[in-house]
Design a protein around this ligand. Sequence first.
Ligand SMILES: C[S@@+](CC[C@H](N)C(=O)[O-])C[C@H]1O[C@@H](n2cnc3c(N)ncnc32)[C@H](O)[C@@H]1O
Length: 423
Amino acid sequence: MSSCSHSRLIQEGDIEKIAWLINKRSGILIKTSEMTGLRNKVAIRLKALNFDSDRYLKLLTDSGIDSHREWNTLIGIIAIGETYFFRDKDQLNIIKYSVIPELLKTESEIRILSAGCATGEEVYSLAILLKESGYDCSKAKIYGVDLNEASIAKAKRGVYTSWSFRGCSDKHREFFAKTDNTHWVIASSIKSMVSFHTLNLVVDELLHLGYFDVIVCRNVFIYFDRASIQLVLSKFTECLKPNGFLITGHTELCEQNMDKFEVINYNYGVIYQLRSNFSNFRSKDKERVVSSSQSQVNLVSQDNIDMVLAESYYHLGQLDEAQVALMKFLLKDATNYKANFLRFLIAKKQGDTKQAKERLGELIFLYPESPDPYIELIKCLLQDKEYKASSRLLSVVSKLKTLSPQNKLEIERLSSVCSSCRE
Ligand SMILES: C[S@@+](CC[C@H](N)C(=O)[O-])C[C@H]1O[C@@H](n2cnc3c(N)ncnc32)[C@H](O)[C@@H]1O
């Protein structure tokens, strides 16, 4: 069968479900104009596996090793890994002439993260910049992370063809040795400054790699939806040191809330500096910087994957499977707000009002300052015509200090429903 005929094996609505899963798993947004491309790529996978889309969806939402392997393959096909040495020299000059000298004033140990580093060219370019600055490089550590396992494997090898050097001056070529007519390998003095990890910025814990003076995340957010950018930004905020720098592609954060950062404008670009009061870093945390062994990173990923799976199953309407994944997650993190809220949503979707109310009661007990469980419980009570209890809860929730404008609107609406029903 051709990939075109396999395209016919994609049932209606399944390609949208696959796009949704890709977004939840990686942050990558498949735009409407890219759906045909995705359909063709999935058709090729269906052909290779001899699957229809229903079976393929089951594989993607499974938690076994085969599912993990298929995700690697799919991400490898979908994620754009375009990169080269010394890409965007203006930005690198800002790092070289402003950021590094600033750090050298106070920091003895410089820690940089390249998030979404693809095949490692950006990481090695940063290491070369540090070396050129005359800094004692035995004290520098540059981490490269990417969710694409094949890219990270290539980065670790440190062997490149001329295509990777298309933005690189002859001066910088001195840091590479020719291995044959077409390949160059990075110098061991540079390699010793870096370390690479397979890590998913959306799903995995980042803080396990420790705190950073600089996070470089270029040409990654352009492929993300807004919510995923916010999520990753909050992780960056969490693991930047006070006054740490965030450097992204030129316009990648234009529409984001950057309140926690100072925006520093240069002639050739903009960088962001975390306001010190928003950093979680305390000097005693230096000792807490955890060894970044691959196994640790994977361990954390696996924990979060149960939650991602639970959400995926829930949205696909596979509630039993969602429940199983969720319980696995809750065994490790019993009081997690998001997981407990999902437990309520599952009970609600199953039509089990009693369970749903119990879950909301637990959430209110665990998180008395969170408005959403109260609002959901009021909706359930109104449905059951329990108007007295509804108005009691309405007066409690109205007094919470954590109400968002949407919460306030919803409370107003529920109050008027409640009073019109009581009359
Ligand atoms: C275009 S490359 C950018 C490489 C490099 N930063 C540069 O600017 O040259 C984008 C990279 O982001 C990675 N990526 C996409 N989503 C990711 C995620 N959720 N977690 C980690 N890496 C991700 C892709 O695998 C890809 O290698």
